[in-house]
Design a protein around this ligand. Structure first.
Ligand SMILES: NC(=O)c1ccc[n+]([C@@H]2O[C@H](COP(=O)([O-])OP(=O)(O)OC[C@H]3O[C@@H](n4cnc5c(N)ncnc54)[C@H](O)[C@@H]3O)[C@@H](O)[C@H]2O)c1
Length: 411
């Protein structure tokens, strides 16, 4: 198979990750161009990828007519439509970060452009490619669970991740970004739909922003953690969270990556990320339960919650012969056969050399490499399939805003 050429649009957390895959797997991808508007990130990209042509304006990149097998669109959700449509019109196939876009009209516009220009768009639904969910899918397809009747899944966002991304960060305000059921959970909608193997017909959803609001601010709490009398005791204190080793991956959003803790604290002071979690302009939910009605009377339920110590997803797949239970972060699951001993399946991640999502990012890039070489990349789907999870998410938001009314999905 041939090495494929890759362009990165948006050298942020995600874009840098895909470039890193190419660096670690030079036989598979070569980064030929990087487009990044932020000066600090531009400079880092230039240093890390000296052979790539650098741009700070995607229109200049388009004018230069550089040949590439795929462009990874890794800018923010609200930019996806403009960037995707322009790149497809210029003749590029896309690896598009999820969500496709943050509203239905923009998703449709991207879909129509892909048809009009005859371009492929692969959405980064990375869970599909993770060894955990790939193994779950293979078990389902093998038939040992019998017919799948119900799926029960949960997404535990992690208290610090919620505070960072959905209270202080880019996805905190649904008007400026998207509802959380889309920005965070379109992955889960996609995986549930994928494992169920049936179309989702309707949803009901309930949820709210229960905790991260003024009502829960302790008396005398200040706008910024830097000035707050509760700094030493507050769980959400920014100075504490952004200097905790386990959470350093979040620092890149306000401080140039690879800085010392002293530098991080300097950049943090009075930034958006120093703001009190109870005194922000966040309005996305911190908990949501979505009930899904699938074709042939099958059902699923998904719970998203901010309130967990760590980030983890777990899933129960109930079939007519056995149930499967596991958590992606444990890298194992059990097949609990009815009337027979339980089988434990462990997932091997030893081959993974880059990316997150428990191997999801790594195997997605491997699948993409195969697909671009004309072979079947396991898990690869195109917009027509990816859009289903988005329609489920939009329907869930509509339902949530209307006290859980049933919203029928028009696929
Ligand atoms: N697949 C997943 O699991 C997953 C996880 C997290 C985020 N995401 C999605 O990935 C996308 C990027 O998220 P991120 O966390 O990397 O954000 P980020 O803010 O770290 O990265 C976005 C980058 O795009 C750059 N940029 C902005 N406008 C630009 C322009 N016009 N031209 C070139 N560069 C531009 C920014 O400077 C920034 O470096 C978002 O859509 C997000 O929702 C997906």
């Amino acid at each position: 198979m041939k090495t494929k050429t890759l362009v990165i649009l948006g050298f942020g957390q995600r874009g840098r990750g895909y470039a890193n895959f190419a660096k670690n797997n030079p036989d598979k991808f070569k980064v030929v161009a990087i487009i990044e508007t932020d000066k600090g990130r531009f400079d880092i990209a230039k240093k890390e990828y000296p052979d790539a042509t650098m741009y700070s304006d995607y229109k200049v990149f388009i004018n230069d007519n550089i040949k590439a097998d795929i462009v990874a669109v890794c800018t923010q959700d609200e930019q996806h439509k403009e960037h995707s449509v322009a790149l497809m019109a210029a003749g590029y196939n896309l690896l598009l970060e999820k969500p496709i876009a943050n509203n239905k009209a923009d998703c449709e516009a991207i879909y129509k452009a892909s048809v009009k220009y005859g371009k492929k768009v692969i959405v980064c639904h990375v869970l599909r490619y993770s060894p955990f969910y790939s193994a779950v899918k293979r078990v389902i397809d093998s038939g040992v669970l019998g017919e799948i009747v119900t799926i029960n899944a949960s997404e535990n966002v992690g208290f610090f991740h919620q505070a960072h991304s959905f209270v202080r960060g880019p996805w905190r305000n649904k008007e400026r970004s998207s509802p959380m059921i889309l920005s965070k959970c379109c992955h889960d909608m996609d995986i549930i739909r994928y494992l169920m193997g049936e179309k989702c017909l309707s949803v009901n959803s309930y949820g709210s922003l229960y905790y991260f609001n003024d009502d829960h601010a302790p008396t005398g709490a200040t706008e910024y953690c830097s000035d707050c009398p509760y700094a030493r005791t507050c769980i959400w204190n920014a100075q504490k969270l952004y200097t905790t080793d386990d959470y350093l991956w979040t620092v890149g959003y306000f401080s140039m990556v690879d800085k010392t803790k002293e530098d991080i604290l300097k950049d943090l002071k009075y930034s958006q990320y120093d703001k009190c979690v109870f005194k922000n302009d966040n309005n996305v939910v911190d908990h949501e339960v979505t009930i899904m009605n699938f074709a042939n009377g099958k059902t699923a339920c998904h719970t998203m919650t901010a309130f967990s110590k760590t980030i983890y997803r777990d899933i129960k797949v109930h079939g007519t012969k056995a149930e499967l239970y596991g958590s992606m972060e444990d890298n194992s699951f059990e097949i609990r056969y009815f009337g027979k001993p339980v089988e434990k399946v462990n997932i091997d991640l030893s081959g993974v050399n880059s990316g997150g999502h428990n191997g999801g990012d790594f195997y997605m890039m491997n699948s993409l490499y195969k697909e671009l070489n004309g072979e079947k990349g396991e898990g690869i789907t195109y917009l027509d399939v990816s859009v289903e999870s988005h329609l489920m998410s939009f329907a869930a938001e509509e339902s949530r805003l209307d006290n859980g009314k049933t919203v029928v999905i028009k696929n």
